[in-house]
Design a protein around this ligand. Structure first.
Ligand SMILES: [Fe+2]
Length: 457
């Protein structure tokens, strides 16, 4: 039995394998591109490393791609076989159980198994980060915060995971509206772990939610090294930077970042597709011509209509298909979403029923310029859209589409109510988007009062 870098007893066969595992853990905490390489090395050195197989399976499932379920099933089989061949700890067994639940489509149960680990081993940074990551996919901001705050006392100044814990804490504070504390904790965390792109990005979220695009740019500029080492998470940090330029009306800079960073690699990872589609949607809502940029996103999304791993991914594939006017693929995707919702077999199916279907119907109607139907459906979805997963900043694309549909359909009072609620979530701040929409609502009201005061002919 060895101890990993975070002090956890680990059933692994050699010091070399442990070293590769420690590199895996540290790379995973920093969203490092090298994570799978280190994990592959650990599993090559110790093919019976049950915990490593279990974590590999969860990494693949977190990618949200149907074709990777086979790899996850294989990892589960190897984890279970290893657990039979070699005596492993209760902690390690819980990771295997977490993978089993995740693979069976019960992500909340997977989280529960990881929380079981944290109840006994609160200083287990791996369990903390995995629970955080799965809860993020479920949109469970409050749960993320409770999970982190329950284990903080176990992190002394020498704990190797302390900076990463602070990065996660900063993100949960931001997602639950405590912006000042989030910024302080995020900045402190980055001084402890300078490669923690998640913590750096949590502070970028704070600037977004407090409507301070200039401050956000100042925060990100010069800190590129903190996310250059990342896997495709680095595209997401560039996306945040682009949102700040968008808010300042610097559309040329946004498009340049889109072409040179955000979509420099035409990947088909759903997180990259979501960055791209939501940015193009925001640009178009602001009246910007995005050229032929929808085409490659629509090509990729047309191949993922049968995926169905995550409704967050499906809704962004739908945005791409609408942007690229792919009617046949839209029909296929909508059909599959309805079938999933009807089945209700796993957690994602139930989330597809609510809020997935209303959100999808709203997006489809928006694409057809049927703004009344779009607004009614999107406003209904809005009540539970948090369960679609992701962050406030990511889901803001749906909020913007709802408000814009309302304004275009003439539901000015309703659109204004949502706009004010959006401001309330942003500590009362008004960003460039809100200012422009309040102006549109005001113009709409002026036009309607002029029309009613015209003398009858
Ligand atoms: Fe983000």
């Amino acid at each position: 039995m060895y101890q990993d870098v975070f002090g956890q007893d680990t059933t692994i066969n050699s010091r070399d394998a442990l070293e590769a595992w420690n590199k895996t853990l540290l790379a995973f905490m920093a969203h490092g591109a090298a994570t799978p390489t280190h994990l592959g090395e650990a599993l090559t050195l110790d093919p019976n490393f049950a915990l490593g197989h279990a974590v590999k399976g969860m990494f693949y499932l977190l990618l949200g791609r149907r074709e990777l379920n086979d790899t996850a099933r294989e990892a589960l089989g190897l984890a279970e076989a290893s657990a039979m061949a070699i005596s492993i700890s209760a902690r390690e067994k819980s990771f295997v159980e977490a993978l089993k639940s995740f693979y069976a489509g019960d992500m909340s149960q997977a989280v529960a198994h990881l929380e079981d680990v944290l109840a006994v081993h609160p200083d287990d940074t791996l369990a903390m980060k995995l629970s955080h990551g799965i809860r993020f996919v479920l949109g469970d901001g409050k749960g993320m915060r409770q999970s982190i705050e329950a284990v903080m006392g176990a992190y002394g100044p020498d704990h190797a995971g302390r900076g990463y814990l602070m990065g996660c804490h900063a993100f949960t504070l931001e997602e639950t509206g405590e912006y000042a504390r989030a910024e302080t904790v995020g900045r402190m965390g980055l001084t402890v772990s300078p490669d923690d792109a998640w913590g750096l990005h949590a502070v970028a979220h704070v600037y977004d939610m407090t409507c301070d695009a200039q401050g956000g740019l100042k925060w990100l500029e010069g800190r590129e090294a903190a996310w250059a080492h990342c896997n495709n998470f680095r595209y997401h940090v560039w996306w945040h930077k682009a949102l700040m330029h968008l808010d300042l009306g610097q559309n040329d800079v946004v498009l340049a970042l889109y072409d040179t960073e955000i979509r420099a690699d035409k990947t088909d990872d759903y997180r990259d597709i979501s960055n791209a589609t939501s940015l193009l949607s925001r640009l178009e809502l602001n009246g910007v011509n995005v050229g032929d940029r929808w085409e490659e996103l629509a090509d990729i999304s047309a191949n993922r209509t049968e995926d169905g791993c995550l409704i967050f991914a499906d809704l962004h594939y739908l945005l791409a298909l609408i942007g690229g006017s792919r009617q046949h693929a839209i029909t296929k995707l909508m059909g599959r979403m309805h079938r999933d919702a009807k089945m209700g077999r796993v957690e994602m199916h139930r989330l597809m029923a609510t809020p997935g279907l209303s959100a999808a119907a709203g997006l489809e109607a928006f694409g057809e310029s049927d703004f009344k139907t779009a607004f009614l459906n999107l406003a209904r979805a809005r009540q539970t859209i948090q369960n679609a997963g992701g962050s406030h900043a990511q889901r803001d694309v749906f909020e913007r589409l709802t408000i814009d549909a309302g304004i275009r359909a003439g539901f000015l009072d309703e659109a204004e109510t949502i706009l004010k609620d959006r401001m309330r979530k942003r500590a009362g701040g008004e960003d460039g988007y809100a200012a422009a929409r309040f102006s549109l609502i005001s113009q709409g009201r002026d036009a309607s009062s002029c029309a009613t005061s015209l003398p009858a002919e």
